[in-house]
Design a protein around this ligand. Structure first.
Ligand code: GLC
Length: 421
């Protein structure tokens, strides 16, 4: 019997490969929360349609570690991965190793959010296709705000006060592990996104401005960092200094924090059938830095790009077009709360029903703060690394904000002298 099955399977395999000359494509997908599973369903659907096979290569959760891995593979000219999931801030850094998708994507790319299209282009060429858009959000426990009769915080000082009140109250009731506010504080790209939000919310600029001037050493930025450093060990666990997105979500989703800063993907998980906080969570814009500050969420998101060293570029490009297309972006939005980059899906009733925050917070997404990736080009990762290291020193009380920003200003200007591009 088993021999019969084996030979039938073999015959079917031969038939498929003979008829469509199937190939194997490998894709790197990130694996935060349900991301791996959702990526797998998408690539399997394409594989079934085309007769090709797809292998998923999983990558480290930390964006900084993921970039280092990609750079290592690409610098060696390795064709092991055909399709790369890349961060919106990496297009310039990796462009030399990527296929130019202009001729394949030009006709459809205008249907995507302009800010995301901008991150996909390098010197006018389309080097990647937009896949999903991110912006930093404030997650809060609706039930606890009700219990303590507090409104959703509008400023960081409101948040500090409310977080402290809820933390004290919950601990008094025996929840010794309860914290006010969790976020991403490890020295990696995530901290750059988080600290940019603090600084921008105080109107302290975007580290380097659009003209390429280093602006990070200013009194508003000092104030922003001082505020954040004051949370560590009070309303935020010291462990946050080693948290990426998933560690923060772990604490919040276990019911052990009143507030969390995270990206949209955490919504679908918080609302999952097995979540202890299902239906107890709200999402709001991140607080302002005082009455004259602004709500600021950093623009994040992911793109799909094809390696220049791919041996099956046509099939790889076809997979990218499928994954970034309407049907798949909708499925990912409904199942995983990945914000679409296709503008038309913002009017889709199923997407809105699964993710009420997408419509409610349209302004947050429309006015998301971009990191200075385009202007610093190939040097973006150096700029970001200097920035998150300086911030991490402040948070871990190894430097005063003014001193750290003064040194950072000097270091960034040194990088600038070697030329941003
Ligand atoms: C998310 C965002 C990305 C950002 C990263 C930081 O993956 O999409 O843009 O750089 O988080 O951790």
């Amino acid at each position: 019997m088993s021999r019969v099955i084996a030979s039938l399977t073999l015959a079917a395999g031969l038939l498929t490969s003979a008829s469509v000359s199937a190939v194997e494509i490998s894709i790197s997908c990130s694996a935060l929360g349900k991301e791996y599973e959702i990526c797998k369903q998408g690539v399997d659907a394409w594989a079934q349609k085309t007769g090709n096979t797809v292998k998923i290569v999983s990558t480290p959760n930390s964006a900084t570690e993921r970039l280092a891995l990609y750079q290592q593979l690409l610098a060696a000219g390795a064709g092991d991965i055909d399709v790369f999931q890349i961060d919106v801030v990496w297009t310039g850094i990796l462009a030399d190793h990527l296929q130019d998708l202009t001729s394949n994507g030009q006709s459809v790319v205008s249907q995507h959010l302009p800010a995301m299209v901008e991150t996909s282009r390098v010197n006018g060429k389309l080097m990647a296709m937009p896949w999903f858009a991110d912006a930093g959000l404030l997650y809060y426990r609706k039930d606890l705000l009700d219990k303590y009769k507090r409104p959703v915080p509008q400023t960081w000082s409101d948040l500090t006060e409310t977080a402290r009140m809820i933390q004290e109250g919950e601990r008094k009731e025996g929840k010794g592990d309860f914290w006010g506010y969790v976020w991403q504080g490890r020295a990696y790209e995530g901290l750059t996104t988080v600290a940019l939000e603090w600084i921008a919310s105080y109107n302290g600029g975007t580290i380097v401005d659009e003209k390429g001037e280093v602006t990070v050493e200013n009194p508003k930025a000092v104030e922003a960092l001082k505020t954040a450093a004051g949370w560590v060990g009070t309303i935020t666990p010291e462990g946050v200094l080693n948290y990426t997105e998933e560690e923060a979500r772990g604490v919040f989703q276990a019911g052990n924090a009143a507030f969390m800063r995270n990206w949209p993907y955490a919504w679908a998980l918080a609302q999952g059938a097995d979540s202890t906080i299902k239906d107890k969570v709200g999402i709001a814009p991140l607080p302002k830095g005082g009455a004259d500050g602004r709500h600021a969420g950093t623009l994040g998101g992911q793109l799909l790009a094809v390696s220049k060293y791919s041996k099956n570029a046509d099939a790889a490009i076809d997979l990218v077009m499928y994954l970034t297309g309407q049907e798949e972006q909708k499925r990912r939005a409904v199942q995983g709360s990945f914000n679409p980059t296709l503008v038309s899906l913002y009017g889709d009733a199923d997407v809105a029903k699964a993710n009420p925050f997408i419509g409610d917070l349209a302004d947050v997404f429309a006015n998301a703060v971009a990191r200075p990736a385009t202007v610093t080009g190939q040097n973006y990762n150096k700029v970001s690394t200097e920035f998150f290291n300086a911030v991490h020193q402040v948070l871990s009380k190894r430097a005063e904000p003014a001193q750290a920003l003064n040194r950072l200003d000097r270091d960034l200007k040194r990088i600038k002298r070697s030329g941003w591009q």
